[in-house]
Design a protein around this ligand. Structure first.
Ligand SMILES: Cc1cc2nc3c(=O)[nH]c(=O)nc-3n(C[C@H](O)[C@H](O)[C@H](O)COP(=O)(O)OP(=O)(O)OC[C@H]3O[C@@H](n4cnc5c(N)ncnc54)[C@H](O)[C@@H]3O)c2cc1C
Length: 434
């Protein structure tokens, strides 16, 4: 696949060359850096990229140019590549125009000239924007294929793990796809073992554990040291915040996470009450940012790695993992949070992961497009789930035990205003079958 493009546009050759040099130095490995000294040439280049099916990730554009302003250029460029990040290079006198274009054309950032040193003024901004672009853009499919059925809980677990790590994969439904069935027949004992996961390097994993999957996709699953200042169990918001603060104080930190970083919060389609995100943020996005921040401060995050037992020896705390490995910490922080309370009714265990899901089931929501969905519960998680699912389902019915709801007002208001959501009170589940 061709590398995505970062386009620099400036009419002053000296500035353009300096921008290009700085961009190439930091991003040249992963992105193709294009430069143009006039808007017509830049728009031509973008149209050619579009025709070749290539992607533009970011535009870095001077505001003051002779033919059209940077803002006017970005207005035209976003028609060709709506997802590309838009950054204006401005002088002090242009800041008014830059601020006005934040809303008008969805400007992502304006940078004041000069930006030296780039490591302080340019790269942190672009790193953040490019990370966001990567997370949200639909990069062409590159490789991992998961063959399974919608009704196999282990297929759900694997898809959920990949999706929550923003790892793209192609889903091959054995019930609908000849090619998928052939793969499963060949490798998955005729469908007895699902899913079959195929990697671009030829590796095939059959009904893999999350630990094996994490290893195969290159995540860290082994600690680099034997002794740490702090061992943290759990990479939910609490564990990750602790890792950020401890790491930033120069402590050596390892975080053990048995599932996916983000914890419960990772299930939230939209967190609206977290400080600093006035328009809300998805739990997955929050987790991704927190993870990057913790790693930046040197914390090691061991994914799909469960702490099986802990004990103390003198002033040291020792965690034992499933494979018997021991990790020692001078301090240990248990941030293991909470898990969903399981609904104890007949039939539910057999169908969990196969039509019945805990959390908002990001991974599965699209498969229930135009179909009715039930959400059991009436509090905040249920409300967020119902709102999210209503984007896909034909109808979402919330089944609520009480005669009223105990949830945030903003969610109750949103549910009430959503024509696809029905709330059925005084309703208790006694059995599930399917
Ligand atoms: C659907 C949903 C929506 C929510 N929305 C909001 C919201 O909008 N606003 C809000 O304020 N709160 C919200 N919450 C609540 C919020 O997510 C939790 O309060 C928060 O996640 C708690 O953080 P934590 O780190 O303490 O624990 P958790 O998030 O529970 O994280 C604990 C982590 O520890 C890991 N772990 C546990 N045991 C082990 C072990 N033995 N070894 C290794 N790892 C282990 C778990 O896998 C997990 O990742 C929501 C919760 C849910 C479920």
């Amino acid at each position: 696949m061709a590398k995505p493009v970062i386009l620099a546009l400036d009419d002053e050759p000296a500035v353009l060359n300096a921008v290009e040099r700085d961009l190439r130095q930091k991003y040249g490995r992963d992105y193709r850096i294009l430069k143009a000294d006039n808007s017509a040439a830049a728009l031509d280049a973008l149209k050619q990229l579009q025709e070749r099916g290539e992607l533009a990730a970011l535009f870095l554009v001077d505001q003051r140019m002779p033919q059209i302003t940077g803002t006017q250029f970005l207005d035209q460029a976003r028609v060709i590549f709506p997802d590309a990040k838009k950054v204006l290079l401005t002088a002090y006198a242009d800041t008014e125009a830059a601020i006005a274009s934040i809303n008008r054309i969805g400007l992502d950032y304006y940078l004041m000239k000069p930006w030296d040193p780039p490591s302080e003024h340019l790269y942190p901004v672009l790193d953040d924007l490019l990370e966001e672009w990567k997370a949200n853009s639909k990069l062409p499919y590159e490789g991992i294929r998961v063959a399974g059925t919608l009704w196999s809980p282990q297929s759900h677990t694997v898809k959920d793990f990949l999706a929550r790590h923003l790892i793209s994969y192609q889903w091959l439904d054995v019930d609908k796809d000849e090619q998928a069935r052939a793969l499963v027949d060949a490798h998955g004992q005729g469908g007895m073992k699902l899913p079959v996961v195929l990697f671009p390097d030829g590796t095939i994993l059959v009904e893999p554990s999350l630990h094996d999957l994490a290893k195969q996709v290159g995540m860290q699953t082994r600690a680099e040291a034997k002794l740490y200042d702090i061992v943290i169990v759990g990479a939910g918001p609490a564990g990750l915040s602790a890792a950020v603060y401890a790491g930033s104080e120069g402590q050596s930190v390892v975080v053990l996470e048995r599932g996916v970083p983000g914890g419960q919060a990772g299930n939230s389609p939209k967190i609206e009450n977290y400080l600093g995100f006035p328009t809300g943020i998805s739990g997955m996005d929050l987790a991704r940012r927190a993870l990057t921040q913790a790693k930046r401060f040197g914390a090691e995050i061991l994914e799909a790695t469960e702490a099986k037992s802990v004990h103390a020896e003198g002033k040291y705390h020792i965690v034992t993992l499933a494979d018997g490995t021991e990790i020692v910490g001078k301090t240990m922080l248990m941030a293991s949070g909470a898990t969903f309370r399981r609904l104890g009714v007949p039939g539910i265990d057999e169908l969990t992961g196969a039509g019945v899901y805990y959390g908002a089931a990001f991974t599965e929501a699209t498969y229930y497009r135009d179909q009715p969905v039930f959400v059991i519960g009436g509090a905040n998680s249920a409300g967020q789930g119902a709102m999210f699912l209503s984007r896909f389902a034909s109808q979402v019915t919330m089944l609520i035990r009480r005669d009223s709801q105990w949830s945030s007002k903003y969610l109750r208001d949103a549910e009430e205003a959503n024509p696809k959501i029905e709330r059925r009170f005084n309703t208790e589940i006694i059995e599930i079958h399917g």
